[in-house]
Ligand binder design. Structure first.
Ligand SMILES: [Zn+2]
Length: 651
């Protein structure tokens, strides 16, 4: 039994979910309100003890095993879900490779040291006579003792070797202190003196609340810089960290919105004054990694910028980089024929709140939470901000100015999900530069559309593949043997990476979405598929590359999947793609059939409770899924027919 199976056998999904969701027994299953979307009227969330799975029939339209539940709830990856559930199950996770263990030991030591350093600084702030100046500063900023303790603020003594000797005496090596960024390295590489002196110390934590570095604020006017951060270390990557996220995550999820401010103190003060969905970037422009990190929890971002920052070109550039890097989502769009087509949309709503001149967030919050909330509510879509920023320094009457405005703004407009909104901005731009709307629309349609990883053009068949022989069929594993359908599908992609794009295109031609993460139920399989999506889009999808992309806890599973197809490249690509396409359809159909069955059950229950509104809702859902099922079955039949005809021709 592998580790995730062992965990599944030890942790009952009903027990686990009912820790956080109020579940009611209904027949042999359990229902409740979905923890992932707003719903208070009809319970749309259901847990099935027989299969140890869950599903939301409401807005989420998602479901899966205990791992996918944890990944969704915590916004974490598979490895983190595994760690959380292993703790719960009392299972010890073993490291796959000794090398990793050694790296982990160093990692662990650094974490220990940072945590000890935070406690050391905190003690100096709270209890040492020398900390008086820092305490005065905090009193002036009106921070309460409760806040100071919650954020574990501290003080670094105004001495060259206070921290160094404190920790060396306690058995920490000077080299480790350097590696943690707590003491500086001399030019000759030997350990030097304390990095932080006479500063207010602000521990920076990762999403799990572990101290990974420090921000340090000067306490005297002549000290430079005003803020000094820990350097880049094995633990601390400034561009991938957001200050306060460990405290704010819960509140960000509840509000489905994150407010990003500029400074550490802004975050601390905001939390104290009740605005708890607030985090800070780390002194640089917002990075792609930071947005991705937040993206796990919410798609709604508000950047609260002071008037100066908002005006800087760097802010705009940073935002642009981040916007371009953000993942696109496949959203269903109803076509004129009444079918569903999937389009790529920027899966995030970024807004800018510009703070009143010469005020920082605390000044505003001091006057009450309502004023702050109003500013956040009135945040303008980032597009408006772009318009203003791009056009501010252009002469829009000149041909050059017009052309620059079009060049800069059209890519931004292309990302707008809502076509009404898109038109609105096209009109706005047209008015602004006195160019015909239709010209701009044509420009917009002409440009490159972003394509997600799995939608790449099909690769030509490998030239080195041996000619297909007639007697070569698919290997003897099929979806009907003990290899699950999901695993079969993954192994097929693993052996024939170029088949995924072809299969997806085949599906899309029939207005059926290509293979999606949600088509997999198991958390492990979801995680592997995510890596496969990226991998298949890479220029040379070699297995070594994939091994690097996959989380180490998933490597053995990956190896098992790869072993299902020991002799690849001997089967015609076309046959493989068709088989993959059929497998994807089977996966989707299985999903739909399950949902219809489950809805049936919910419907019966609603009838018993005489909840007519719910009955109607469930009926509508059943109808919708039945239509989808028909569409998928038709395509599946058509594919089988094509396959049979070809086989006959070849005989
Ligand atoms: Zn839901």
């Amino acid at each position: 039994m592998n580790i995730s199976d062992e965990i599944k056998s030890r942790v009952d999904i009903v027990d686990f979910i009912s820790d956080t969701v109020n579940l009611r027994k209904a027949g042999k299953n359990y229902t409740g309100f979905c923890p992932f979307h707003q719903n208070t009227k009809t319970p749309s969330f259901i847990v099935f003890p027989d299969t140890q799975t869950w599903r939301c029939f409401g807005a989420c339209a998602d479901g899966g095993d205990i791992f996918s539940f944890v990944m969704k709830r915590e916004g974490c990856d598979f490895k983190e879900a595994l760690q959380l559930l292993a703790r719960r199950a009392g299972v010890t996770l073993q490291e796959a490779e000794p090398q990793a263990t050694q790296k982990d030991q160093q990692h662990q030591k650094l974490l220990e040291l940072q945590s000890a350093a935070a406690a050391y600084f905190h003690h100096l702030l709270m209890a040492s006579p020398a900390g008086a100046q820092a305490r005065d500063y905090l009193a002036k900023r009106e921070l309460t003792a409760e806040t100071i303790i919650a954020f574990q603020l501290g003080y670094a003594l105004d001495e060259w070797e206070a921290l160094k000797s404190h920790f060396v005496e306690r058995g920490y090596s000077p080299e480790l202190l350097v590696a943690a960024g707590l003491i500086v390295e001399r030019d000759d590489g030997s350990p030097g003196y304390d990095r932080f002196r006479n500063r207010l110390m602000i521990p920076i934590r990762d999403t799990q609340g572990r101290v990974i570095g420090f921000g340090a604020r000067a306490l005297q006017a002549e000290q430079v810089p005003k803020y000094l951060n820990s350097p880049q270390t094995a633990l601390f990557d400034k561009s991938a960290t957001l200050y306060g996220l460990d405290m704010a995550r819960r509140h960000i999820r509840a509000a489905d919105q994150v407010v990003i401010v500029e400074g550490y103190m802004d975050v601390i003060q905001a939390h104290q004054r009740g605005a708890k969905n607030v985090v800070a970037q780390m002194g640089t422009a917002l990075t792609e990694q930071q947005l991705r990190l937040l993206k796990r929890t919410t798609g709604h971002f508000v950047l609260a910028l002071d008037a100066d920052t908002a005006g800087q070109a760097a802010t705009l550039r940073g935002l642009n980089v981040a916007r371009e890097a953000l993942e696109r989502e496949q959203v269903p769009v109803i076509t004129a024929r009444g079918l569903i087509r999937y389009e790529n949309r920027l899966n995030a709503d970024i807004r800018i709140a510009i703070l009143p001149e010469a005020k920082d967030p605390d000044d505003i919050l001091r006057e009450g939470l309502a004023g702050w909330q109003k500013i956040i509510e009135n945040a303008a879509p980032v597009i408006d901000f772009y318009f203003q920023a791009v056009t501010a320094n252009l002469d829009l009457n000149s041909a050059k100015g017009k052309s620059i405005a079009v060049q800069e703004l059209i890519p931004v407009l292309r990302d707008i999900g809502n076509s009404v909104e898109q038109e609105h901005y096209i009109q706005k731009l047209a008015r602004l530069i006195h160019v015909d709307e239709r010209t701009l629309m044509a420009e917009l349609k002409r440009g490159p559309k972003p394509r997600p990883a799995s939608r790449q053009q099909p690769q030509p068949a490998r030239p080195d593949a041996p000619p297909a022989k007639k007697d070569l069929g698919l290997p003897k594993i099929s979806p009907n043997t003990d290899v699950g359908l999901e695993e079969y599908c993954l192994s097929l992609i693993l052996a024939y990476p170029s088949a995924l794009a072809v299969a997806n295109d085949l599906l899309e031609q029939q207005s059926i979405s290509g293979l999606l993460v949600n088509d997999f139920k198991g958390g492990e399989n979801r995680a592997i598929f995510k890596s496969l999506q990226l991998w298949t889009a890479s220029e040379t999808p070699e297995i070594e590359l994939l091994k690097e992309m996959v989380d180490d806890v998933l490597r053995s599973r990956l190896a098992a999947l790869a072993a299902l197809w020991p002799h690849r490249s001997s089967i015609p690509t076309e046959k493989i793609s068709r088989d993959l396409c059929k497998t994807i359809l089977k996966l989707k159909l299985r999903h739909i059939i399950e949902q219809i069955k489950e809805l049936d059950f919910l419907q019966r229950e609603a009838i018993e409770n005489q909840d007519l509104k719910a009955v109607r809702q469930y009926m509508e859902l059943v109808e919708m899924w039945k239509q989808q099922r028909k569409l998928l079955e038709q395509m599946s039949d058509a594919l089988t027919l094509v396959g049979r005809r070809r086989a006959e021709v070849n005989m």
